[in-house]
Write a protein that binds this ligand. Structure first.
Ligand SMILES: Cc1cc2nc3c(=O)[nH]c(=O)nc-3n(C[C@H](O)[C@H](O)[C@H](O)COP(=O)(O)OP(=O)(O)OC[C@H]3O[C@@H](n4cnc5c(N)ncnc54)[C@H](O)[C@@H]3O)c2cc1C
Length: 480
């Protein structure tokens, strides 16, 4: 195992893509899987808090340590074993998502909930219950996790298969690492929207779901088995511009209710600010349009004529501008996908260049409240005179409204508005984080969702797995 004690040697582990900064005393880099338990024990033995680091693409400071030790799985040789008959793959948590996506594709499979950023580690996407454009049709990473190999902070290792430990009401009669020990929990009133805020605590739940989305606070994930889907024969990817943003929202409202073969697997939005930001790199982005929608369908070898007719008719009904870009070949499709990735990337680049932290919402609300929420949010930011761009997974009523503060003063003003946007999402029955998680920067907003009672319920559960609050300290909620 490689052990580094001078943090000047590993500055990259003291931040993530949100530009949240931390400090730490020890970096643990096991070089064999068998060393992971020892590394956990070493940190415990020194009485240190321990932060697990994936690839640092997180947007909430969750992998950023606030002292103590950091453990990263990057040096461990990566395994990835496909069972093509069952359509599953078992892999090391340190494996980069990009490697999984490529290998799955070569074998005729695909992994639908991949987030926009592909450089993350597979352990990271499980820990944050990440999701992406295709989650509109297929849900988040949670829906694809079949089993996990986990390690507790004291080095205790165990495995969990989906369906193996199901709660009887609000009680697990035993825990996988101690059959004599029961766990009683208080369920949370989780919103009926895409959600990555806090622990998953539900009556009759599967224990594996507690670990998914727990942001490195309960256990380290060592290995993962994911379910895969057969790759579709063809994909039609489209970019439609609209004269007014209302038209784009109308289009999304109509497309959201298409069913069967006509159901889009992705339904994404760009406002005019995002189109302007993207114009120089993606000349096909029409920055004079009010807004645009990127959407995709799974098809046979050729897109059916009926589907194209439906798309064109909806486009014309909703005030479409120019012609829809329709991409069916992998190369053409890639350009549209890159445009979506670039929107997020460019915002993060702007934030880093100004030396401020990210101020982008990750809120989602029920579909029937979405349009009202969108307009209210946009007006709030606009009336404060702050620059902003909006994009997001609008099929899931999930919005990334990114304020672009020029300096710390603007950042502070934006923070006030950010809090109001979270409050409004909660009032509308939604969530403060639909996919990025809570980490260290959204804890106050989580309290808006669940109140002190909900936070207490999560703390009680954490105690069963990490009684000294060592793991992922400062993530999701603070120790009492
Ligand atoms: C440009 C850009 C676009 C993005 N788009 C999306 C998107 O569309 N959807 C989305 O969901 N996210 C998105 N993200 C956020 C980010 O990619 C995800 O949160 C990702 O899941 C983080 O993975 P990571 O390996 O980088 O984790 P890190 O940032 O390193 O860590 C994140 C959390 O995971 C925990 N963790 C990591 N590995 C393990 C492990 N083995 N065991 C236990 N805990 C672990 C850490 O402790 C931490 O709490 C985007 C980020 C960027 C920069």
């Amino acid at each position: 195992m490689k052990v580094l004690r001078n943090s000047d040697e590993f500055p990259d582990y003291l931040k993530d893509a949100s530009n949240f900064r931390g400090k730490c005393d020890l970096l643990l880099l096991p070089v064999h899987e068998e060393e992971i338990e020892g590394a956990m024990k070493l940190a415990s033995g020194e009485g240190m808090p321990l932060t697990i680091s994936g690839n640092g693409t997180g947007l909430t400071g969750a992998r950023v340590p606030e002292g103590g030790a950091v453990l990263n799985l990057g040096l461990i040789p990566k395994k990835m074993e496909f069972n093509e008959e069952l359509g599953i793959v078992t892999l090391s948590a340190g494996l980069p998502l990009q490697t999984l996506l490529q290998a799955a594709e070569e074998k005729g499979f695909y992994f639908p909930p991949d987030p926009t950023e592909k450089l993350c580690a597979c352990g990271g996407i499980v820990a944050t219950n990440a999701s992406g454009a295709k989650s509109f049709s297929y849900g988040a990473v949670r829906s694809f996790v079949e089993s996990l190999d986990l390690v507790l902070t004291d080095g205790t290792a165990f495995s969990l298969r989906r369906g193996e430990f199901i709660a009887r009401g609000n009680r697990f009669d035993m825990l996988p690492f101690n059959q004599k020990r029961a766990l009683d929990f208080t369920p949370l009133h989780m919103p009926a929207v895409k959600n990555a805020s806090g622990y998953y605590l539900k009556e009759g739940m599967d224990l594996i779901d507690l670990f998914i989305g727990s942001e490195g606070t309960l256990a380290l994930t060592k290995n993962i088995t994911f379910r895969l889907l057969p790759k579709p024969a063809g994909v039609l990817s489209c970019l439609a511009h609209f004269s007014e943003e209302e038209g784009a929202l109308d289009f999304i409202d109509q497309a959201r209710f298409l069913t069967g073969e006509k159901k889009p697997r992705a339904l994404e939005y760009f406002d005019q600010g995002a189109l302007r930001l993207l114009k120089s790199d993606f000349p096909f982005s029409d920055d004079l349009a009010g807004a645009a929608v990127w959407f995709e369908f799974e098809t046979g070898q050729e897109p059916p004529d009926l589907l194209i007719e439906i798309i064109l008719s909806m486009f014309s009904d909703c005030g479409g501008k120019g012609e829809i870009i329709m991409a069916a070949s992998p190369g053409e499709r890639k350009a549209l996908e890159q445009m979506r990735h670039s929107a997020a990337y460019k915002v993060n680049e702007y934030i880093a260049s100004r030396g401020v932290r990210k101020l982008g919402t990750d809120t989602a609300v029920p579909a029937e409240r979405f349009r009202e929420y969108y307009i209210e949010s946009r007006n709030l930011v606009r009336s404060a005179g702050l620059e902003y761009v909006i994009y997001g997974h609008f099929g899931n009523s999930h919005i990334h409204l990114n304020m672009l503060p020029e300096n710390q003063t603007h950042f502070e003003a934006g923070k006030e508005i950010y809090s109001e946007l979270c409050q409004n999402a909660v009032r509308a029955g939604g969530t403060v984080s639909a996919e990025h998680g809570i980490g260290k920067i959204k804890k106050d907003y989580l309290k808006m969702m669940y109140g002190e009672g909900g936070i207490r319920a999560m703390r009680e559960v954490k105690k069963a797995f990490d009684p000294d609050f060592r793991l992922g300290r400062g993530n999701i909620f603070d120790p009492e």
